[in-house]
Design a protein around this ligand. Sequence first.
Ligand code: ADP
Length: 153
Amino acid sequence: MLSSAIDFQAKTVSMVMTQLKDVFMMSIDSVLDTRTMCQLMETGHSRIPVYSGARTNIVGIIVVKDLIILSPEHAIPLRNLMGIIGRTPIETHSDERLTELMNTFKSGQAHIAVVKDVVVDPDGDADPQYVLRGIVTMEDVIEALLNTEIADE
Ligand code: ADP
């Protein structure tokens, strides 16, 4: 554990994050009907990024337990709920040290962050752009700290 803790100092977000292509997300245009609710259950994830238009445009995070009081028969549009249950994501970048991110997670704001990098146009013609790379959660950081996988329940 001691050597893991020493290695941890040098680890960065890019080493532990979940790549964008592997992230389960929902469109803000989804309807919370039985099909969608079953899909949510099947993923087993407790926090789901919500995007608008393109998957690279995350507009919030929903925590699946917040949906427990909803009845699928009402098929409520997710858009109508975002103002009530939608949470603003913490942002990090690929090169941030996990020690820093851990401090942010410890502050209790959220245990998930979206990973965004600034990409500069090599010709210098266009403005720098933010590119979404994926997500990282407190579990990813703790696994890096302990240098071991934590099996999900
Ligand atoms: P959960 O229990 O909700 O899956 P954890 O924080 O325990 O969340 O994360 C377990 C693993 O699943 C981590 O590698 C994390 O990056 C990944 N993960 C969490 N949420 C999602 C999601 N919505 N889509 C894909 N992977 C996710």
